[in-house]
Ligand binder design. Structure first.
Ligand code: NAI
Ligand code: MG
Length: 351
């Protein structure tokens, strides 16, 4: 088995180094290959996603991605900006399902923006569709006949796009608490009405999963009022983008949240995917041994679970991280003083 490791720029290389130490300590005999991406790739090869990097990702069993967003590249044309690398990888690799778990860790309840007793119940997974919706529809700005400027973005979902993400969500619910909440805006949007109809059709294949529906505005409210009510949430690209950022902040630090982007391709032992922390390249703290590597390490755990079928190793990594947090090992993002490598050491010691 081979993992393509793409550290990126900013804090990406620092946090990737810690994840790779964890992988080495697990001694699973997995090969790794490292390639440039983002600002680092632009500086070395003149493009944020060089063909060699894409080819390596394509031929691997899974991709572990750090972060990109070097501010020195901010003035480049849009297609040369570091962030184009992640968008390019997602579309070239057909990654349409974004899994973003948010779980409250013991000992961090006071770090949440919510009341500790509300936050302690958070244990949810947002399944966000990643390849469709208003982000990919026809979009433009134009000048109307009367001279007013107008912008528009076309929102649409085809039934097969909804069906495949619904299957991912129902299967995820089967592996968790058996509850799935589909979030839409079916009271106003035709796209959402189709979404809801298709999710209900797919539900017939999963009688063991309890399905509910919620309008997105109410879901935003419920996530703050009582996040403990959610197990798996499935939603479209736009709503999922917003709700998953919101859910993540209820947990305490962006430095704790991992994600998976999965496609349809099956590998020998799971589903091919790309795994990354949800945060960016944090240029404000890059190179200062301040970045929390836990989101990156937890992304590795997701990779072991979903792409390599190594559930036991994934659980070991997750337990080591939560044990380190319970023992009070935290960096500046969580009010502590541990540096990046120190947090990595603490996780390694508990593996
Ligand atoms: P960011 O997530 O990089 O940083 C936001 C804040 O959180 C900063 O104060 C940062 O220091 C802190 N932070 C982030 N990760 C942390 C960690 N592991 N440990 C401790 N503190 C952490 O978001 P920002 O500043 O909006 O974006 C910076 C660059 O990253 C931009 O160029 C943006 O486009 C890019 N970006 C890339 C993403 C990716 O690679 N998938 C995702 C989000 C943003
Ligand atoms: Mg977002």
């Amino acid at each position: 088995m081979m993992i393509a490791c793409l550290p990126g720029d900013g804090i990406g290389p620092e946090i990737m180094a810690e994840a790779l130490r964890v992988l080495a300590a697990l001694d699973l005999g997995i090969e790794t290959a490292i390639a440039d991406v983002g600002g680092a790739a632009y500086k070395a090869h003149g493009h944020p996603l060089p063909p060699e990097t894409l080819e390596l990702a394509r031929t691997s069993d899974a991709v572990l991605f750090g972060a990109v967003g070097d501010p020195e590249c901010d003035n480049l044309e849009r297609h040369l900006r570091p962030e184009q690398a992640i968008l390019g990888l997602r579309s070239a690799l057909g990654l349409f399902a974004n899994l973003r778990p948010a779980t409250m860790f013991k000992g961090l309840e006071d770090m949440s923006a919510l009341k500790p007793e509300v936050a302690s119940a958070i244990d949810l997974l947002i399944v966000r569709e990643l390849n469709g919706d208003v982000y990919f529809g026809e979009k433009a700005q134009r000048v109307l006949e009367d001279g007013r400027r107008q912008g528009y973005d076309f929102m649409s979902y085809a039934e097969d796009e909804v069906r495949r993400i619904a299957h991912v969500a129902f299967r995820a619910a089967q592996g968790r608490k058996g509850k799935l909440c589909s979030v839409d805006k079916a009271n106003v949007l035709e796209t959402s009405q189709l979404w809801r109809d298709v999710v209900i059709e797919v539900a017939a294949e999963y009688p063991d999963v309890e399905l509910s529906h919620m309008y997105v505005d109410n879901a935003a409210m419920q996530l703050v009022r009582n996040p403990g009510q959610f197990d798996v949430v499935v939603t479209g690209n736009l709503f999922g983008d917003i709700l998953s950022d919101q859910a993540s902040m209820c947990v305490g630090s962006i430095g704790l949240l991992a994600s998976a982007a999965l496609g349809e391709r099956q590998t020998a032992s799971g589903t091919f995917g790309l795994y990354e922390p949800i945060h960016g390249s944090a240029p404000d703290i890059a190179g200062q041994d301040k970045a929390n590597p836990m989101a990156m390490i937890l992304s590795l755990a997701m990779l072991l679970r979903h792409s390599l079928g190594l559930e036991e190793a994934a659980v070991r990594v997750e337990k080591a991280v939560s044990q380190a947090l319970a023992d009070g090992i935290t960096g500046a993002d969580l009010g502590g003083s541990a540096g990046t490598t120190e947090v990595g050491d603490a996780v390694l010691a508990r593996l």
